[in-house]
Design a protein around this ligand. Structure first.
Ligand SMILES: Nc1ncnc2c1ncn2[C@@H]1O[C@H](COP(=O)(O)OP(=O)(O)O)[C@@H](O)[C@H]1O
Ligand SMILES: [Mg+2]
Length: 269
């Protein structure tokens, strides 16, 4: 079924800090979408391939992974693995070579956006991209393809500094491309009893008005455990705080217009 020309939303989950919950967010926001019948396409663009591992798709051959966007490019449709409730394009360790092999090639940063443009995806079917913690060719591919960027904010003080730098980098990118990225920040690994968490929330909200999600993703053991069982948290522990938080995050994003074609949507032609 060819539906080129229809809008669909592409969300990149990015922060150049590691361990802040990017992969956890893609996995579980994806599961929350799947639970609503919105069957997302999850794309693993991180050489660490943790998302692929978490859904039992580790050890993909390079030619069957997102690496194939770069070397002997294959149509994206050939790379999609259908799973119950969602689709996946896995990562492979070879992605770590992309920076050195293609870092000097300006066109390499647009491989994913071009590939997504020519992909027949049903309208309103969301695409979630799990990024590596490096602002290089791989992450640029995600940012240039995306309509939305979701920035998971870990709860330590240094994450505020990296958020300020990231925000500045996104401003530059928007100026250069003339495209607006809808930005949301989500506080992950929130510890309600820690005053530091409360203080960081207050400061980020003041510094980035309208961007910080009201939903807090609490530090929750089920979120840490579920990948070990090859499952998302909704399947692993449906009544856990972690499952409730990611369902609430999706609700908030939907209420904020996620899945609605914004004024400056990516024109998929
Ligand atoms: N809210 C949370 N509560 C408990 N553990 C979490 C939470 N979010 C992430 N983790 C755990 O923290 C580690 C890093 O999270 P991950 O999503 O892999 O971060 P990133 O992709 O940003 O490097 C993983 O072991 C993950 O299971
Ligand atoms: Mg990750």
């Amino acid at each position: 079924m060819l539906l080129a020309g229809k809008y669909r939303v592409i969300l990149a989950v990015f922060n150049q800090k590691g361990g802040v919950g990017k992969t956890t967010t893609v996995l579980n926001l994806g599961a929350a979408l799947a639970a609503r019948g919105l069957s997302p396409l999850l794309i693993d663009l991180d050489p660490q391939a943790h998302l692929s591992l978490a859904v039992g798709a580790q050890n993909a051959r390079p030619e069957d992974s997102t690496f194939a966007l770069f070397r002997d490019p294959r149509p994206l449709a050939d790379l999609i693995q259908a799973r119950p409730g969602f689709d996946l394009i896995p990562a492979a360790a070879e992605l770590s070579k992309v920076e050195s092999l293609y870092g000097g090639d300006a066109a390499a940063a647009r491989r994913l956006s071009e590939a997504l443009r020519s992909l027949a995806v049903p309208p309103s079917r969301p695409v979630l991209i799990d990024c590596s913690p490096v602002l290089g060719v791989l992450s640029l591919n995600a940012l240039l393809a995306a309509d939305w960027i979701l920035i998971p904010l870990g709860g330590d003080f240094l994450s505020m500094d990296s958020l300020t730098r990231l925000s500045g980098g996104l401003d530059v990118l928007e100026k250069r491309t003339g495209r607006r990225l809808v930005r949301r920040i989500v506080f992950t690994r929130f510890m309600a009893r820690r005053r530091l968490s409360q203080e960081i929330y207050r400061r980020v909200d003041a510094r980035f008005p309208g961007q910080l999600c009201r939903t807090l993703i609490a530090e929750n053991v089920s979120l840490a455990e579920s990948p070990m069982h090859g499952r998302d948290v909704l399947a692993h522990a449906p009544s856990s705080q972690g499952a409730a938080d990611y369902r609430a995050l999706l609700r908030e994003l939907l209420e904020g217009g996620f899945l609605e074609a914004p004024a400056q949507a990516t024109s998929v032609v």
